[in-house]
Design a binder for this molecule. Sequence first.
Ligand code: NAD
Length: 541
Amino acid sequence: MNNSIASVPFPENEPIKNYKPNSQEKESVLKTYNKLKDSNIDIPMWINGKSVKSSKTMNMSPPHDHKHSLGKYYLAEKKHVELAINSALNAKEKWSNMPWEERAAIFLKAAELIAGPFRDRINAATMLAQSKTIYQAEIDAACELIDFLKFNVHSMQHIYSQQPKSDSGVWNRLTYRPLEGFVYAITPFNFTAISGNLPASAAMMGNTVVWKPSDHQIFSAKIVIDVFKEAGLPDGVINAVYGDPEMITNTILKSKHFAGIHFTGSTTVFKGLWKKIGAKIDEFISYPRIVGETGGKDFIIAHKSAKIDELVTAIIRGSFEFQGQKCSAASRVYIPKSISKKVLEKLKKQITTIKMGSPENFENFMTAVIHESSFDKLSRVIKKVKKDKDAKIFVGGGYTKSKGYFIEPTVVTTTNPKYYTMENELFGPIVTIYVFDDNKWDKTLSLVDETSEYALTGAIFCQDRYILEESVQKLENCAGNFYINDKCTGAVVGQQPFGGARGSGTNDKAGSYLNLLRWVSPRLIKEVFVPPKDFKYPFMG
Ligand code: NAD
């Protein structure tokens, strides 16, 4: 019998473990790291709950040790993508008709599994696959994914409880149907939490999903799949295929049942997807939902009243944690002349103490960038800066790829506020500083607003409340997540719903009810208890 109105547990953010020297948690995660490192694992696709292999494979290596093999994964052919689509369509009816409490229980169980028995595995896999330090892995793969799952379950209940008013004699009810068809999730390399959340959030609302993770995250995506299996996710609800993104996408878009895309990745790729979907709009049963969180060129602007030590810490953490490979990473900084000397001196002093290497060594603040093409792109940028007249390397600028793809934390200074590295997303540990005249505060705010196509995150450091208030207004459209006296990274689910506008995405705020609303198509049911029996209205006499 199911006749009660259930109330899901109230979500709390997952406490972050600190992995201090000699702690049990440090020892435990390193043991798992070494075990996984030598596991030489085979990762098949996951379709209709089964492991599916193909004739083609690709090797996986840690970016900080690219000659070491972690194992291989299997690449999809067209027939595997079609199998995944059919599997999602076949699973749909049973899954969407399952009481929402049961769906909630599966994802709450997944969250508890990550918090407990899978924590070390998901963190260690993220350290290996994406070269994250333990702290970066913990706040992403463990804590953020747990939070996504728990807060989304809570939001799901909130959405289902939103009902219209009913006048006397009438009862209006809203049901929140999943989309008609299947959802396509495409995830980026940089967050294990995003890889789990994009398919899970759509599935939670009763949809079934074909999921294509990034080639550079499959090693940790496999742990996400293991968690979903262990949590009891029925076969076919989420189907994972790997490989050629063009072929996979083209095959997906051939299906008239394609109902929506849940994407996180670069702006160029997202714009390409939007165009492809638009060109095929006559072929789908419904208008597909298009949700995409994309690139950023995130800024920090300091006022002369800023506290210097706080600013310096924010620049270092915001620009260099996870090698600057967060969509929210600070990559252009505006500093007033009056404090610039002190800020630059302190930056140099602290940055030269940063240790970089394997995530196994917990003294390292930074590790390697994700792959060779990223390394090559970043080293080309550094070479260009060294040649250009309007910019120079202030700190860093070194790189080597002999063992891993290592780029030193690099500060560029420029006299040109529209310099190449002030405008374009580089996605690496390179931050550019522009020093402005203290008297040109308003003009600099306009520069911040007009310099890039993106509007994801931004931060202001300022102690003067009048200036602060005016500036926050003036920078209204520059960032979907705006920080006052804080670095521009590190959004926490349930506290700082994340997403940007302009070239940075559709701003549907992953991890909040706003995002979940995109995966439902409400149906209104009106019931009249005593219907009228005469077509004439009183005004007709
Ligand atoms: P990417 O765009 O290269 O890849 C993202 C996903 O898209 C991957 O799964 C990839 O295989 C797939 N893809 C690539 N080309 C495709 C194509 N032609 N058709 C279909 N799919 C395709 O991005 P990335 O390097 O994995 O991640 C970094 C980017 O993601 C940065 O631009 C970053 O700012 C952005 N990002 C944004 C957010 C956000 O919330 N706004 C979060 C994380 C990352």
